[in-house]
Design a protein around this ligand. Structure first.
Ligand SMILES: Nc1ncnc2c1ncn2[C@@H]1O[C@H](COP(=O)(O)OP(=O)(O)OP(=O)(O)O)[C@@H](O)[C@H]1O
Ligand SMILES: [Mg+2]
Length: 197
């Protein structure tokens, strides 16, 4: 049975596409994976095309789902996991993706403005759909990061991955190439597999 993981945050630029591609890359070594690019900006598609042009194709297909496929979710596919990258600020697409989800990942930087939008997005997830916040672009030594994590954990606002993704130039530079399996994303992928299998 195919399991669907969706990446959502109504705010733009919070690491949805980067997290989709990096987690898909980590998973692809272990499972059959496909990525659906549900963002009209086509960033995941662009990433895959640039990587292929550079002779480093991504180890999974990036497909553009039409409206019917979005409405029905992944069916009749051999993939173990379909990861769906969504756009910021398109409530219909975000809601359809969430409706198809076995797990929802909410990437957010530790900045208060991003966390606020992330929590507002999380509020639209129906009860019973497993989900967790993923802190990205984290400078783990900073007060801002520690405050964000303490706030989320102490208030039990939302489940949070134990591992956060560091703010790293190498991750930023990986757009358009086959990314390394970055340690932080590998650790998050292990956490995911633990809850999903
Ligand atoms: N861990 C990280 N360290 C450094 N830069 C990062 C990291 N994660 C993402 N970025 C950079 O932040 C920017 C936004 O990331 P990304 O495109 O993944 O966000 P997004 O949520 O998909 O954006 P959009 O809402 O526009 O689709 C990109 O330039 C990306 O390279
Ligand atoms: Mg994106």
């Amino acid at each position: 049975m195919t399991k669907t993981i969706v990446f959502v945050n109504a705010k733009g630029g919070t690491g949805k596409t980067t997290s989709t591609i990096c987690i898909a890359t980590a998973l692809a070594g272990m499972r059959e994976v496909a990525v659906w690019d549900a963002d009209p900006q086509g960033s995941a598609t662009d990433w895959a095309e640039q990587a292929a042009d550079a002779g480093q194709p991504l180890p999974f297909n990036v497909e553009i789902p039409n409206e019917v496929r979005m409405k029905h979710g992944p069916r009749h596919t051999t993939a173990d996991y379909v990861l769906i990258d969504t756009p910021p600020g398109h409530p219909k697409v975000i809601d359809e993706a969430i409706a198809a989800a076995d797990f929802v990942i909410l990437p957010s930087s530790p900045a208060v403005i991003d966390l606020d939008r992330m929590l507002a997005t999380a509020a639209s997830i129906p009860a019973g759909v497993p989900h967790a916040a993923l802190i990205t672009r984290a400078n783990k030594q900073t007060v801002a990061y520690k405050t964000a994590v303490t706030f989320l954990r102490d208030n039990s606002v939302i489940p949070v991955f134990s591992n956060a993704i560091g703010d790293r130039q190498a991750i930023q530079n990986s757009f358009g190439s086959r990314p390394d399996i970055f340690y932080d994303y590998s650790a998050v992928t292990d956490e995911l597999l633990e809850v999903m299998e």
